[in-house]
Design a binder for this molecule. Structure first.
Ligand code: UDP
Length: 462
């Protein structure tokens, strides 16, 4: 294995959300494995959650040291309002980050620590790259979603200029859009700032996403959690895009995923009791929220399929309480269904008993499904999940989508029909195995992603 004596002290900054902390923590582990010292910056609130959910996690005696900066909200303040959250982050975090870097520098004069000489920042927290530029620190961006999402995002100024979307990201034409001739066309329905449940959130989300083309200019390279064989054309149109994924946790690093909630590992023992490829795994990530009506339809769909299922039902998965319904449902499905509040998802997807993954198509979940060769049933909720669904169903052909009815609700009939179609499709299973093989190869010795990472470490960080 490549090891380097003189690697720098690297500061790593994710956007404060599960789907961003996890891949950047995995990347930090890879970099630390090559000998770099990593300081991982979480907001105080995320740090408290990670530490509470991972009691064995060491705050800093190994090569990854966890530090915190405030996000500007009170400790007990609600963090679900995106406008409040994003405004506060932009207002206070750049200043706190600068102070942190200066503090480490002062300490290093007293030889307690090495000064920070390189920064890797999530492009969705791209203000951090501006701080690094001002302070003369070398840097690289990190993109936690698909490269096809990045290609679309970087094209936002041209989409506005060309009258394809307005200044709030609303599609002005219901078209198929070709942004580069080498890329599959994008449907306006798949715009990655889409938030169908809430137009106000979509507006704020779009303002945030619109900064990314500017942030992108603050670094020469962008490390992407994807691999060449999966998204070759999108990668080819973004100068400096460096695919180093899929960032999957190896058994050794499972505890370093930075789950924000306690993982209920009883489900692994439950999976052990089931035959190969018999269980439907259902999980919609960390932020999807359903109406009770949608929740009931999903539940009835699973009940009617009458096959073993493991369903992650976060306490905040629905926007109104469903406790009474859930109690009755659990009673009815007790012989074949298990519900947990948060699962060790990567172990679940790697388990031989899992037959299919009913997912919201968050990019991490999508990659974790692909890397384990598990067919996907897709029910996106917001943002890039719609575009990911299109790639899963139409480009890689490793799954099917469930469609909403005239009210946008995926009915029990639709869930049952599409689930049975995915479970019965030889073609989908064959494609899944092919993509799994490509994913594994890309991060193995001599593989495209591993070589990109090694070259980045050797020529940029070392
Ligand atoms: N996850 C998990 N346990 C669960 C559900 C999700 O560990 O019960 C992890 C999952 O493995 C993934 C992340 O949470 O790494 C969710 O990220 P994703 O991009 O899929 O969705 P988001 O939460 O950002 O919508």
């Amino acid at each position: 294995m490549l090891t380097m004596a003189n690697l720098r002290h690297v500061l790593v900054i994710p956007f404060p959300a599960q789907g961003h902390v996890t891949p950047l923590l995995k990347l930090s582990c890879c970099i630390a494995d090559y000998g770099a010292k990593v300081t991982f910056v979480n907001t105080e609130s995320i740090h408290a959650q990670v530490m509470a959910a991972n009691p064995g996690l060491d705050e800093g005696s190994n090569r990854i040291k966890f530090v915190t900066i405030p996000d500007g909200l009170e400790t007990d303040e609600e963090r679900k309002d995106p406008t409040k959250m994003l405004t506060s982050i932009l207002r206070v975090m750049p200043g706190h980050l600068q102070e942190l870097i200066e503090k480490v520098k002062k300490q290093s004069n007293g030889n307690e620590d090495e000064p920070i000489s390189f920064m890797i920042a999530d492009l969705t927290a791209g203000w951090a790259l501006e701080v690094a530029e001002r302070m003369g620190i070398k840097r690289a961006g990190f993109w936690p979603a698909s490269v096809s999402t990045l290609a679309l995002t970087l094209h936002i100024p041209q989409l506005i200029e060309g009258g394809v979307i307005d200044n709030n990201g609303i599609a002005l034409k219901n078209d198929i859009i070709t942004i580069w001739k080498d890329l599959p066309p994008y449907k306006s329905n798949d715009f990655t700032w889409k938030c169908p449940e809430d137009p106000m959130t979509q507006k704020v989300f779009f303002q945030c996403v619109s900064s990314i083309p500017l942030y992108r200019k603050r670094s020469n390279s962008v490390l992407c959690n994807s691999f060449h064989e999966l998204e070759a054309s999108a990668i080819s149109v973004i100068p400096g895009a460096l695919p180093i994924g899929p960032l999957i946790a190896s058994a050794r690093l499972f505890h370093l995923r930075g789950s924000l909630w306690n993982e209920d590992s009883t489900c692994l023992k439950w999976l052990d009791q089931h035959p190969a490829q018999s269980v439907i795994y259902v999980a919609f990530g960390s932020t999807s929220v359903f109406s009770p009506e949608q929740f009931y339809e999903l539940a009835h769909g699973l009940e009617q399929i009458a096959r073993p299922f493991l369903w992650v039902v976060r306490p905040d998965l629905t926007d109104r309480p469903v406790t009474e319904f859930l109690d009755g449902f659990l009673q009815r499905v007790r012989n074949y269904g298990k519900v947990v509040q948060w699962a060790p998802q990567e172990e679940v997807l790697a388990h031989h008993s899992v037959a299919c993954f009913f997912t919201h198509c968050g990019w991490n979940s999508t990659l974790e499904g692909l890397s384990n060769g598990v067919p996907l049933l897709c029910r996106p909720y917001f943002g890039d999940q719609f575009l990911n669904r299109s790639f899963v169903c139409d480009v890689w052909r490793v799954g099917l989508g469930v469609d909403g009815d005239e009210n946008g609700v995926a009915t029990r009939h639709e869930v049952r029909t599409k689930m049975l179609a995915v479970l019965g499709s030889e073609e989908i299973r064959a494609n899944c195995l092919r993509v799994k093989e490509m994913a594994r190869k890309s991060v193995s010795e001599g593989g495209s992603s591993l070589m990109n990472l090694q070259s980045f470490i050797k020529h940029t960080i070392a």
